[in-house]
Design a binder for this molecule. Structure first.
Ligand code: K1U
Ligand code: ZN
Length: 172
C-alpha cells in the first residue's frame, strides 16, 4: 500500500468530472487500498479518487463515531438512487480545503448503489454522518467542493483565504 499526496484547492483537477470504472480490477483495488491508507493517515472519514489526482469514480469511507461504526467502505461508480425530502445541516470539512469548516444542508437520508471492492453490485441506506459524507464524496466525483454549496459571501471569503494561502506558499 502507498500514501498518496492529497490535492488542495485551487488545483484545477478538483473541478473535473471523473469517469466511471469499467470493471473493479486489480488496479482499481490497489487504488482503493492506497486511498484508504491515505485517508486514515490524513486523518479523514472519506476520500474520493480526484483528491489524489485520479479522475475515476471511486470513493472510500470509514465512519467511526459513537452512534455509527461502518468499518472501511469501498465504492466504485456510486450513485444516489433515492434521497429523503427531509434535509439536515452538518458542519463539513474537506481534506482538499484544509482548515475550513462550514454548515452544509443536504438530504438527511440517501440510498446509494455502487460496486464494492469485489465488483459486486450493492445498495446501502445511509443516514446521519454517513449520508452527509457519502454525498460529499460523490460531489467530488462531479468536481463539486463543499464550498460550492455555501452562500456567495461565505464562498468568497473562503476562496480569498485559499488564494492568499496559495500565494504565501509560493513565496516561501
Ligand atoms: O472528502 C474529504 O475531503 C474528507 C472529509 C469528509 C467529510 C467530513 C465531514 C463531513 C463531510 C465529509 C474529511 O474526512 S474532513 C476530516 C474529518 O472530518 C475528520 C478527521 C478526523 C477525525 C474525524 C473527522
Ligand atoms: Zn472533501
Amino acid at each position: 500500500m502507498a500514501l498518496l499526496p492529497i490535492l488542495t484547492a485551487p488545483d484545477p483537477r478538483l473541478k473535473k468530472k471523473s469517469r466511471p470504472v469499467e470493471t473493479v480490477d486489480a488496479d482499481v483495488r490497489q487504488l482503493m487500498d492506497d486511498m484508504l491508507e491515505t485517508m486514515y493517515a490524513a486523518p479523514g472519514i472519506g476520500l474520493a479518487a480526484p483528491q489524489v489526482g485520479v479522475l475515476k469514480r471511486v470513493i472510500v469511507l470509514d465512519i467511526d463515531r459513537e452512534e455509527v461504526k461502518t468499518g472501511p467502505l469501498f465504492m466504485a461508480n456510486p450513485e444516489i438512487i433515492e434521497a429523503s425530502d427531509e434535509d439536515v445541516s452538518y458542519e463539513e470539512g474537506c481534506l482538499s480545503v484544509p482548515e475550513h469548516y462550514s454548515d452544509v444542508v443536504r438530504p438527511a437520508k440517501v440510498k446509494v448503489r455502487y460496486l464494492d471492492r469485489d465488483g459486486a453490485r450493492q445498495e446501502m441506506e445511509c443516514e446521519g454522518l454517513l449520508a452527509t459524507c457519502v454525498q460529499h464524496e460523490i460531489d467530488h466525483l462531479d468536481g463539486i467542493l463543499f464550498v460550492d454549496k455555501l452562500s456567495a459571501l461565505k464562498r468568497t471569503l473562503i476562496r480569498k483565504k485559499i488564494k492568499r494561502r496559495a500565494a504565501a506558499a509560493t513565496k516561501t
